[in-house]
Structures are given as structure tokens and as C-alpha cells.
Design a protein around this ligand. Structure first.
Ligand SMILES: *Cc1c(COP(=O)(O)O)cnc(C)c1O
Length: 491
């Protein structure tokens, strides 16, 4: 990295009078008088003054500071940072798809509607559901939509007192948040020491105010909830519905279907399981599936098939309304469809099994040096409770920071909240044995360093542009715009 640009803001590279483009006079000066002076700037905007090579180098150098699945191993648990095949990008970038206007009439968008309909059908098959909407823009948005379906179902039966949603304590934070946004009351159910839902504690919460139970299976600790059929039975007997958080459907692909486990409503994160690049807040897509009998509540607009090769966009009065202005995040849908079609049924089944194998391989290769709180076969991910040897004072945060020095993205840390030193690893199916072995060797090396030279691990990262920002100060006092620190704010 060139030090001239390293760690600098574009404003700091600015030199008075320097420019990279000639902009023709716009001829608007005269019309300025038509704008009230109270709305006009009194001073020129402070913009960086830079030449073209500086702009290009600044942004290119900055992009090189990014870490992504295309640069290295990214074992961030619960996020499924799998490699995203480039053929998906080609499909999404195809001009006939990428340049389509969202308001194109159905008659001129038959191919796009067929893509929507085909993906929706594939997800029905994968999830064991009767119908899917692809309209929600993220996992959390899918949860909100699914909970609105559950509420609409109870209301349609005049069962208005069902406002309670039961959520396990190990659930992703979006679960209770979505339930609250949907106007439902959240009640937490504890997990057992082995990380699975406490069925007796759940039974005690079931009554005629239960709207539904949200479950993640495999759960956040990467464990399959083997009591799920019994739980579904109990919840249905109590009049509630079962909601499946399928953000990380990876290990279930072609092996087990939420619909067959007794779930009534589910969402899938296309940007995790179905290989769309994600992170930093987008782009996402959280399709919602429902079992037979609940289809009518799915949001408008809906895509319907009229004949073999003819599709339409419809708005129905018995739907729960709209949750998006359009038919969702089309680019992400195309990537998912491309991924599903290129892997095919056998390929999808292989992906889930490999993700499971890879997670167990790492877990078994490190369990002598890292504390394994739940000794079970995991699915696509698992959780360590920090280093096995706690006497060195080296924490999970230190291990995660040290991994950055060795060129790896850190695993998810301090989540789930079930353990004090959670270190949650999800390798995904797309990594080679060499990459997994390299990661394992590095984790073993860090454990050795923790014993021999703990101060190095505690001070890590030593090689990154930014070392240890003060997370608390950054959250309490965020500085999100450039400020010339040599001047006071009053100037
Ligand atoms: C990522 C995730 C979500 C939320 O998905 P977003 O697209 O980030 O809103 C929900 N549940 C689980 C289990 C997840 O891993």
C-alpha cells in the first residue's frame, strides 16, 4: 500500500485549485435570482480539490483495504459468507434484466415474472411450503412479513387475543425485534445446557394468547432441534403457529424441510444460503413461505401463472397489504435462481453436507485448545467458549483480533449470549481443505501464542491500518462526517 494515500481521507488529499475535470458553464447563473436568498449558500461548499489520478488511487487503495469472500476466508458464524459464483453476477447484470424499470407492465416483463415464479416454486420445494413471496428486502423484513401473516391469520378467525410470540433466548436479535415491530408481545423461552429449546419451559408458556413460536433449526449454536416435531404439535394444539427462521438454511438443503418439521411460515435469506454477496447492510432478500391455507395472506403485489408461458402481477384484497413498493430485490432473486439452477438438486444436497462436514472438521481439529461447551455433532456452524486455558487472560476478542494479522476475517464473537466467550465459526461449503487446514493451523498458533507471549495476542492486530478502535466511544459519540480538526467548529 502506498503511504501517500494510506489512511487518508479524500479531503486530506485536497490542494487548493487542483482539479480533475472541466465542467462547462451551465448558463444557470441568471436564474439564481429566482431562488430566495435564504435558500442559497452564503459560502461555497467545501469540496475536495483533487486531480483525477489522486481520486482513482484514493478509492482503489481504499477498496484494497476491504476484506471480502473474494479476498480470503470469512468464517463469520450465522452469516454464511460463502463464495458467490460469478455466473450469478452475469445473470443479474444481463442488460435485459438489470435495466428493467420496476414499473414495467406485466405484458412487457414476462421473462422477469417467469424468473420470479420459478424461484418461488423452487423455494416451495426446498422449504416444503405451498407458496412464497419474494417481496421482502431482508431477513428481518421477512420475519416482519411472516409475523404479519400470522397476525392476519388469527384476526381472520376473530381470535384477536393472540398477541404473544415465544422466542428462544438463543435466537438472532432480529426475531424479538421483528415481533415487537409487528405489534406482538415477545416472551423468551430458555435453552437447556445443551443449547436446545427447553420443551417443558415452552409448554408452560403455551396458552390461548400465543400467536406463534419462532424457531431457528439448526439453532444459533448450530444444533439440530430434535424435539421440533413435538414442539410443533404442542404449539398447534394450543392454537398457535410455528415460524421458522431460515436465514441459514444451508445444512438443511435437500435433507430436511421446515414444512415437514411442522412449520407454518418461514423466511429464507437469499443473500446467505443462496449466495448473493452481502454485508455492510445490503443488498438482501428475505422471501417468506407459508403452508397451504395461508397463501392468501401473503403481501401484494403477487405474481400468478395464467398458462404455461403467461404470467401476471395481481393485487388481492385478502392479502395483508404491501410490504414493498415492488416485487422485491430483483437482482438478488436472479442470483439465487442462477445458483439453484446451476447446482441443481444434487448439487444443493451436496452443498449442505459439505458445509456440515467442514464445520465438524474445524471443531474436532481445535477442541483440545478451545473450549467446546456443547459436545455434539454440529450442522453448518458451532460455538467455542474461548480458549480452553483461561489462565493466560487472552479473551475471544484478542483471538479474533489476532486472526486479522494472519489474513483471516474473524469469526462471530460474543454471540450467541449463551456463553461468556462465544466464538462462532461457520466455514461454509465453498472452502478447500487447504484453506480449512491453514485456518486450523493459525488458530492453533494463536493458542500457543496465548500461552507463550500473551501480550502479543492482547495487543493484536499489529498489522492493520486501524488497530483497536474504542467501540464504546464510537457508539456513543459517532463522528460520521469529515471535520477539519485543525479548525474549531465555530469557524
Ligand atoms: C442474518 C440473520 C437474520 C437477519 O437477516 P437480515 O437479512 O440481516 O435482516 C435473521 N436470523 C438469522 C438466524 C440470521 O442469521
Amino acid at each position: 500500500m502506498n503511504k501517500e494515500y494510506y489512511g487518508k481521507l479524500i479531503y486530506e488529499l485536497s490542494r487548493k485549485g487542483r482539479k480533475g475535470a472541466d465542467i462547462p458553464a451551465n448558463g444557470c447563473e441568471e436564474s439564481l435570482s429566482a431562488i430566495p436568498s435564504s435558500l442559497l449558500r452564503s459560502n461555497d461548499a467545501v469540496l475536495p480539490e483533487v486531480d483525477e489520478p489522486t481520486v482513482v488511487r484514493h478509492y482503489t487503495n481504499m477498496s484494497n483495504n476491504n476484506f471480502g469472500v473474494d479476498t480470503g476466508f470469512y468464517p463469520l458464524g450465522s452469516c454464511t459468507m460463502k463464495y458467490n459464483p460469478k455466473i450469478n453476477e452475469e445473470a443479474a447484470a444481463h442488460p435485459t434484466m438489470a435495466s428493467m424499470h420496476p414499473a414495467t407492465p406485466a405484458s412487457a416483463a414476462q421473462g422477469a415474472l417467469e424468473a420470479y415464479w420459478t424461484l418461488q416454486k423452487a423455494l416451495c420445494e426446498i422449504g416444503g411450503m405451498a407458496a412464497f413471496t419474494l417481496n421482502p428486502f431482508a431477513g428481518a423484513h421477512g420475519e416482519l412479513t411472516g409475523l404479519m401473516v400470522i397476525r392476519a391469520y388469527h384476526e381472520s378467525r376473530g381470535d384477536e387475543k393472540r398477541t404473544k410470540v415465544i422466542v428462544p433466548d438463543s435466537a438472532h436479535g432480529t426475531n424479538p425485534a421483528s415481533a415487537a415491530v409487528a405489534g406482538l408481545k415477545v416472551v423468551e423461552v430458555k435453552s437447556l445446557a445443551d443449547g436446545t429449546v427447553d420443551v417443558d419451559a415452552l409448554a408452560a408458556l403455551l396458552d390461548d394468547t400465543v400467536a406463534g413460536v419462532m424457531m431457528t433449526n439448526p439453532n444459533t449454536a448450530g444444533l439440530f432441534e430434535s424435539n421440533v416435531a413435538r414442539i410443533a404439535d404442542m404449539v398447534h394444539k394450543a392454537g398457535g403457529l410455528m415460524y421458522y427462521d431460515g436465514a441459514n438454511l444451508n445444512p438443511m438443503l435437500g435433507v430436511a424441510r421446515p414444512g415437514d418439521m411442522g412449520f407454518d411460515v418461514m423466511h429464507i435469506n437469499l443473500h446467505k444460503t443462496f449466495s448473493t454477496p452481502h454485508g455492510g447492510g445490503g443488498p438482501g432478500s428475505g422471501p417468506v413461505g407459508v403452508r397451504e391455507g395461508l397463501e392468501k395472506f401473503l403481501p401484494n403485489p403477487k405474481v400468478v401463472k395464467l398458462s404455461d408461458s403467461s404470467f401476471d402481477i395481481v393485487t388481492r384484497s385478502d392479502a395483508l397489504g404491501s410490504i414493498s413498493a415492488t416485487l422485491g430485490n430483483f437482482g438478488v432473486q436472479l442470483r439465487a435462481l442462477s445458483y439453484i439452477l446451476s447446482l441443481g438438486k444434487d448439487g444443493l444436497m451436496e452443498a449442505g453436507k459439505l458445509a456440515t462436514l467442514n464445520a465438524n472438521y474445524i471443531k474436532e481439529s481445535l477442541r483440545d485448545l478451545y473450549k467446546l461447551p456443547i459436545d455434539k455433532i454440529c450442522k453448518h456452524e458451532f460455538v467455542f467458549d474461548g480458549l480452553a486455558d483461561k489462565s493466560t487472560g487472552v479473551t475471544t476478542l484478542n483471538v479474533a483480533k489476532r486472526l486479522l494479522d494472519y489474513g483471516f476475517h474473524a469469526p462471530t464473537i460474543y454471540f450467541p449470549l449463551l456463553f461468556h466467550e462465544s466464538l462462532m465459526i461457520e466455514p461454509t461449503e465453498t472452502e478447500s481443505k487447504e484453506t480449512l487446514d491453514n485456518f486450523i493451523e493459525t488458530m492453533r498458533k494463536i493458542a500457543r501464542e496465548a500461552a507463550e507471549t500473551p501480550e502479543i495476542v492482547k495487543e493484536a492486530p499489529l498489522t492493520t491500518p486501524v488497530r483497536r478502535p474504542d467501540d464504546t466511544a464510537a457508539a456513543l459519540n459517532p463522528v460520521v462526517k469529515w471535520r477539519d480538526l485543525t479548525k474549531s467548529d465555530a469557524e
